[in-house]
Design a protein. Structure first.
Lengths: 447, 451
């Protein structure tokens, strides 16, 4: 029975704990100064918006961790000594380990703007960020500015919007999240943000933050020079690995904690997972740091195997992700680059009036389907994944597209419109072959 | 990283709750208001019609206006902002006032109808009951009773709150169609049709109210009334047995219990419309689930034993079945389950316990449907045991982010997330298939399906 210490109780760390317990009788301890029990970080916005209480965001009820004999320590770690195999806390105490898992996630970026450390200036990542955001705004403020057009930025804009706090949203890029979304989808989101009454400033950056009595009072825009009075500035310009405390330990660090394909660091018996990790050899087409929920969860499962004497390489599989931009749901399966490469054909259909769109990419030469992008329409993960993995020909995919539809019953189905779009482009006359039916989906997936 | 200073999130005024003393104080206010209303309404007027129509008209116009105003400047989408901050929907002041008011109303309705103005052979209706005489005269040519008043208010509530619900969920056709269905069944089948039949001197019968929810179906007086009503009466008796024995299992096999609980049933109808703002208040803990299973199946056993006793008495004349007089048994059921549980607790506590307390913990029909929905059966010609229903909620691969919206907004208190985050189908006896988990999911993870 080995003594396993996990630093961090996010999705990566808590998944590792859960699966190590499933596969073994090891002595497991999970450490977090942030919260006693694991919760869903991505749901913090809903607590601020009043959809849920913090309690509702917990991954499991509190007894779950006791029942599964996972020891909990609610302290902040100060440093790691890999020679004596101990972890030291800020309160002076320490704990020893046989195997250590570091899963400390990210921290919000700050790029040295004047005024970035004033009160009312912050990012949103930890529970404590939410608490600070709450106390900075709960008396009601006249204006909030959100800097940075990514997923957390738009979430923050939605959070303020829910409390009727006017928001100015500075996005450096010419169009929202255009490094990830293709132009049409990005434009759809621009319009949707504006439709919600958000003051969206595309192609605008932050120059500096002005303060009064130590509190944020205004920002100055870099390009227009405009001064925007505000009481809160959200800095959502990306995140980076939260690894400062690891630096003195001698564990190899680049931008993140460098790990091999077994998620092991440069030091034996020390593993790292999730957002704080930088893969030494990522799969082709994938980034070395992927700070998303799903990869954290996969890494947690993988490392649990390795720790339980079944060495397993991390294999993230086919990329997928999802988000919700105000009212528009977004799902992606496979590879949908913002700029379509020359050898790929990208077929895009948009609903004439509503915020719904389907995009399918395929290899022009071979016809193999490479990715799906959905706006306001739900597609089935397993079906899309299988098509991509099998390099299924676009025409087969198109004829069976209804198998992928995951929208609720009675929702209008747009697969035939997409087929028409393909026929128009290719001068073919394909037709939908199969219907949307669970039994057909199961036959397709398991045959 | 420097440690953050720890601030308890419960310190924020948004999540503060009121103290027990305050709850009691507000309860007194609620009862006070109720008493005022009763006595204010206990007057005699020759022109109840004017009062009635203006009252119902004002309520209708006011509610629709409120609804329209609430959502008109919003884009279609999920509207759950501030639910945990607003007093009425977060078990704070207004929630307690409303809960006490509703509870008190049910107590008056069941046990003190004369305080609502219910008359008898000698005394004409007064007060609230008299207020509804004109509508009752119009529908069936007889003065109102407290149950007529209740039915009218109940139906109007489902209609008005149903319109609100449809407007709120206008982006979801599943929600829109489902709500139109419950509005139709309540208005036409539960309210108007039985009243018209009564005006034709036929027995009162709500064709969609199936035993064991309709616990008095096999009571002597009900059977006698049906047997005395000729062909129509025989059809009612036949329909009642058919709907329990054949229609319910067949439809549940194809669609799950939702065909009844979220598309047809009146209790479900009220919960889905008037109860919608309170759906997140249901208890999701494992403990609550354990209580639920004990309680609801106990009620099913109770109603079955009670009905068997009543029927045995009818056919054999033996009164003491199961050591208790069958009449006593049935009146106990009527008091504890039919009135106290389904009405007083079931609806009165909407603002405190959530909207489906009765459906989840008490309804014997839901228990029966749940068994049909959940359990597996191995027939001789099948290799493996098969689920008794094709209905399930499937999860969309790995897209779940464990956010908890699905569990929070499950009015039945199912911890949907527990399944979704493990990529398991959700197959639970209690699931009424309202589809809200799927609607509130920000990542498109859940889908209600019939295999």
């Amino acid at each position: 029975m080995a003594k396993i210490i996990i630093i961090g109780n996010g999705i990566a760390g808590s998944t590792a704990a859960r699966y190590i317990r499933k596969n073994s009788d090891h002595d497991i301890t999970m450490i977090s100064g942030e919260t006693r029990f694991p919760f869903s970080r991505t749901a913090l916005m809903y607590v601020y918006m009043g959809h849920m209480k913090f309690e509702n965001t917990k991954l499991y009820e509190d007894w779950f961790w006791v029942k599964n004999r996972i020891n909990i320590i609610t302290k902040w770690v100060q440093n790691i000594d890999t020679n004596t195999k101990t972890v030291a806390f800020y309160d002076g105490s320490s704990i020893s380990y046989d195997k250590l898992i570091i899963a400390t996630g990210s921290k919000p970026n700050k790029f040295g703007w004047p005024g970035q450390d004033l009160d009312g200036v912050q990012g949103l990542y930890h529970l404590q960020d939410l608490e600070n955001m709450e106390s900075a705004t709960q008396q009601g403020i006249k204006k909030a500015v959100v800097v940075g057009g990514g997923l957390i930025g738009i979430e923050m804009a939605e959070m303020f919007h829910s409390r009727h706090i006017p928001v100015t949203f500075l996005v450096r890029e010419a169009s929202f999240w255009d490094a990830v979304l293709p132009p049409e989808e990005s434009e759809m989101i621009n319009k949707h943000i504006l439709a919600h009454g958000i003051d969206l400033r595309l192609g605008e950056e932050l120059l500096e933050i002005k303060g009064q009595h130590g509190k944020a009072s205004a920002i100055i825009c870099k390009n227009s020079g405009e001064v925007i009075p505000c009481e809160f500035v959200g800095l959502t310009v990306g995140v980076s690995p939260n690894i400062d405390f690891v630096k003195p330990s001698g564990i190899t660090i680049n931008r993140g904690i460098v790990v091999d394909e077994y998620l092991e660091t440069s030091v034996k018996d020390v593993y790292a997972l999730g957002d704080c990790v930088e893969l030494a050899n990522p799969n082709p087409g994938r980034r070395s740091i992927e700070a998303v929920w799903y990869t954290g969860r996969m890494m947690g499962k993988t490392v649990a195997q390795t720790i339980c004497d079944k060495p397993t390489k991390y294999e993230p599989g086919i990329w997928f992700n999802s988000a919700k931009f105000f009212d528009i749901e977004y799902q992606v399966y496979g590879d949908i680059p913002a700029k379509t490469p020359a050898h790929i054909t990208s077929l895009y259909w948009k609903h004439p009036t509503e915020n719904k769109a389907i995009r399918i990419n395929f290899d022009t030469a071979s016809g193999a389907v490479t990715g799906f992008n959905l706006m306001g329409i739900r597609y089935r993960h397993a079906v899309c994944e299988k098509w991509i993995a099998d390099k299924t020909n676009i025409e087969t995919v198109i004829e069976n597209l209804s198998l992928a539809n995951f929208d609720p019953e009675f929702f209008e189905e747009y697969e035939s419109a997409f087929v028409d779009k393909y026929n128009q482009k290719s001068s073919k006359s394909l037709k939908l072959k199969s219907k949307r039916k669970l039994s057909l989906v199961e036959r397709f997936l398991f045959s | 990283m420097q440690p953050y200073k720890s601030i308890s999130i419960s310190a924020h005024h948004h999540t503060e709750t009121i103290k027990v003393g305050q709850k009691l104080a507000l309860s007194l206010v609620g009862i006070g208001l109720l008493l005022q209303m009763v006595f204010w309404l206990s007057f005699k007027s020759d022109d109840a019609g004017l009062w009635l129509w203006s009252s119902l008209g004002l309520v209708t116009v006011g509610s629709l206006w409120y609804t329209f105003d609430q959502y008109r400047n919003t884009l279609p989408g999920i509207k759950n902002n501030n639910n945990w901050f607003v007093s009425l929907t977060s078990r704070k002041e207004f929630a307690w006032i409303l809960a006490i008011f509703l509870t008190g109303f049910y107590v008056l309705l069941y046990w003190f109808p004369h305080l609502l103005g219910q008359g008898n052979e000698e005394v004409k209706n007064t007060g609230l009951v008299a207020l509804f005489d004109p509508l009752s005269m119009f529908l069936k040519g007889k003065p109102a009773s407290q149950w007529f008043v209740y039915g009218a208010i109940y139906t109007l509530t489902i209609l008005l709150m149903g319109i609100k619900f449809i407007y709120k969920y206008r982006h979801s056709k599943y929600q829109v169609y489902r709500t139109i269905s419950i509005m139709f069944f309540q208005t036409a089948i539960a309210f108007i049709l039985p009243e018209i039949m009564q005006s034709l001197n036929k027995p009162y019968y709500d064709f969609k109210n199936i035993w064991p929810l309709n616990y008095y179906f096999f009571f002597d007086w009900n059977i006698d009334a049906m047997l005395a009503a000729g062909t129509l009466g025989y059809f009612m008796l036949f329909w009642g047995i058919l709907s329990f024995l054949v229609i319910t299992p067949v439809l549940t096999y194809f669609f799950g219990k939702r065909w009844y609980c979220s598309w047809v049933c009146g209790c479900g109808g009220l919960a889905e419309t008037a109860g919608d703002p309170f759906r997140h208040l249901s208890d999701k803990s494992l403990k609550a689930w354990k209580i639920e299973r004990w309680l609801i199946h106990s009620v099913l056993v109770f109603v079955t034993l009670m009905t068997v006793a009543v029927l045995v008495t009818r056919f054999t004349g033996i009164r003491n079945i199961f050591l208790i007089d069958s009449g006593t048994l049935s009146s106990w059921y009527g008091f504890f389950i039919g009135a106290a549980f389904s009405g007083v607790v079931g609806v009165g506590f909407y603002p405190i316990l959530g909207s489906r307390v009765w459906c989840r913990f008490g309804c014997p029909m839901a228990a029966y449907l749940g068994i049909l929905q959940r359990f597996t059966i191995k027939l001789p010609w099948n290799k493996e045991a098969k689920r008794m229903s094709k209905f399930r909620i499937t999860t969309n691969g790995g897209q779940c982010i464990s956010c908890g919206n699905c569990s929070t907004y499950c009015e039945m208190g199912i911890d949907v997330k527990a399944y979704a985050q493990r990529q398991e189908d959700i197959v639970r006896a209690s699931c009424v298939g309202c589809g809200i988990c799927s609607a509130v999911c920000p990542r498109g993870v859940l889908r209600l399906e019939n295999l």
